[in-house]
Design a protein around this ligand. Sequence first.
Ligand code: FES
Length: 125
Amino acid sequence: MVGSIPQPAFYIFKCQQSAPPGMPKPSCVSQNDPESQQLFQHLAQSLMMKGIIGTVQPVQTGCLNRCQQGPVMLVEPGHTMYVGLTKEKIDRIIEEHIIGGNVVQEYVIPEEMWGEPISPSAMAR
Ligand code: FES
């Protein structure tokens, strides 16, 4: 529609879950790993510096259920789960996937951890 407010081209859901100190369970943000605490800010700043924050919306979210692979973030549309993130990996994802349109396969979750979804209509009682 002419004159309408454009919807975002992408949402990037960054898991910001932090396990309490002493918890053996891994989490995407860790008190012992300063870089893990800076990744969301790095993501938002990089989008801003590229001038694309208006059309790419970073969202802080809770656990996305792939904690062993953390830090993780989910790119929508596309349902692309990126794992083992660092600042450098986020920069490359912005450059190659978000701007360039090519998923960075090296950083995508292994297939055995990300099988085809079960349709809710098949699961519903
Ligand atoms: S803590 Fe990030 S996926 Fe669970």
